[in-house]
Design a protein around this ligand. Sequence first.
Ligand SMILES: Nc1ncnc2c1ncn2[C@@H]1O[C@H](COP(=O)(O)OP(=O)(O)O)[C@@H](O)[C@H]1O
Ligand SMILES: [Mg+2]
Length: 231
Amino acid sequence: MKSTDIVVELRNVTKKYFYPQGELEVLKGIDLNVKKGDKIAIVGPSGVGKTTLLNIIGTLDCPTSGDIYLFGKRLDYKDEKTLLKLRKEKIGFIFQLHYLIPEFTVIENVILPGIISRWKREDCFKRAYGLLEKLNLSGKENYRPFRLSGGERQKVAIARALFLNPDLLLADEPTGNLDQESAKEVIDIFLKINEELNVTVIMVTHNWELAKKMDRIFLLKNGFLVKLNNT
Ligand SMILES: Nc1ncnc2c1ncn2[C@@H]1O[C@H](COP(=O)(O)OP(=O)(O)O)[C@@H](O)[C@H]1O
Ligand SMILES: [Mg+2]
């Protein structure tokens, strides 16, 4: 395998949080290799450090020790410019809460990354209409988020995360707030995206149905990742 096929590599990554009363070592030595097109699920009870790990992978947080390589390059936390570029151009984030802007319509929320990246207006709209169609949201482009169901809102957030065509999609409990029916639709969309766009997906989930559809499942336990059999 070429080294460029490895999208994410973590070597002995640790993370400690410091409090006045003492310290908490959430991650104690995480090793992980994720190659292009892989779908990975991370499961584990609340408070074990799943979000911390995902944020570290997404460069939103830095480890206490250890090395992280994204797209074959070791992250240098002093080089904020490169980190910003990585986040903007290569990584899409989906959170449990969708963080849509309530005053903006669906289409305005989706084109935001394009506006920030100074895309031409017409290119922004073309891209957004295409994505919304793929996500079965055609006809709702001019709705404001409050008129949508939970599942639809999450799909808008997915469209926004995909807008700049990321190589790596990080999702933190994407179905966490959804009823079973909407969760199922979001799951199907994830699989479709992964297949069509060959995006690498790392997701934290409590949804076993979703986890089972990934290539590998890891349990985060006592600060370490344990691979579970995906059968
Ligand atoms: N920014 C932070 N500062 C201090 N402690 C934190 C911070 N973020 C998370 N923690 C603590 O680290 C532990 C793991 O949190 P988190 O990564 O959110 O777990 P999970 O996503 O698995 O529920 C928790 O005990 C939490 O309180
Ligand atoms: Mg979490």
